[in-house]
Design a protein around this ligand. Structure first.
Ligand SMILES: [Ca+2]
Length: 244
């Protein structure tokens, strides 16, 4: 879908966009006279399938100085999770020469380079979480959503939602303290920064009896205390903490 036979240099502020017609369509741009990326260069790439997305195929010498920004644009056929070869045939290419600019929303994108190929790995946030905690993106074995490898009674899917450590039985979402304060009950629980929580109460433990004490509780990374006003007068009351 296009060949540049001469030596190609992308200067600072200059942009290169493979594909038939450039941005908005996917294809391979062959640069047969070598490619030089100068600090501040921009590469705009459209993503569809893992084998059909934009790619720059280099033959001849390759060099990159400073940082080139790669902007990723998901087309209608974007395949999502997978590995995409962005630049091939670029002897000596290093991921440290590149920074990602815009990326598809809802995905975690990382760059890596090996053997002259710059590759893009696309993961869902949950796949990225599995990789960080279990070394695999696959929903299987210890990394399976329904598994509980640390034996704390919370499945991996629950620990992902709560932001807790699935390999540490001491890192778990639960009410950690209930104390009386005059006529009120004060409920404590450990939180994770960036997560939101809801405190619920029930007098009977019946499924339909749970009601919200407070919603949209912002995690701080520390223990949060909430007051259930007047609750000390109840003969019994139960609490649970949930994530939305
Ligand atoms: Ca667990």
């Amino acid at each position: 879908m296009g060949t540049v036979a001469r030596a190609t240099t992308v200067a600072s502020g200059g942009a290169i966009a493979p594909g038939n017609g450039g941005a908005g369509t996917a294809g391979t741009l062959t640069v047969s006279g070598g490619l030089t990326l100068n600090n501040g260069a921009v590469v705009n790439m459209d993503l569809t399938g893992t084998g059909t997305s934009d790619k720059i195929a280099v033959s001849g010498p390759f060099s990159a100085s400073g940082t080139t920004t790669i902007n990723l644009n998901a087309l209608a056929g974007f395949a999502g999770s997978g590995t995409y070869s962005l630049i091939t045939g670029a002897s000596g290419i290093s991921a440290s020469s590149f920074a990602l600019g815009s990326t598809p929303s809802g995905y975690v994108c990382t760059l890596s380079a090996s053997g002259g190929t710059l590759s893009l790995t696309v993961m869902t946030p949950q796949e990225s979480w599995r990789l960080a905690n279990f070394g695999s993106t696959a929903n299987s074995g210890n990394a399976a959503d329904g598994a509980d490898p640390d034996g704390d009674g919370m499945t991996n899917a629950q620990e992902y939602a709560a932001g807790t450590d699935p390999n540490n039985a001491g890192s778990v979402l639960r009410v950690s303290g209930i104390t009386f304060s005059g006529n009120d009950v004060v409920v404590s629980f450990p939180t994770v920064m960036g997560k939101t929580y809801r405190l619920e109460r029930s007098n009977t433990l019946q499924n339909a009896s749970w009601t919200t004490v407070q919603a949209n509780i912002a995690g701080t990374g520390g223990v949060v205390q909430l007051t259930d006003a007047g609750a000390a007068a109840q003969s019994q009351r139960f609490y649970r903490i949930v994530t939305p």
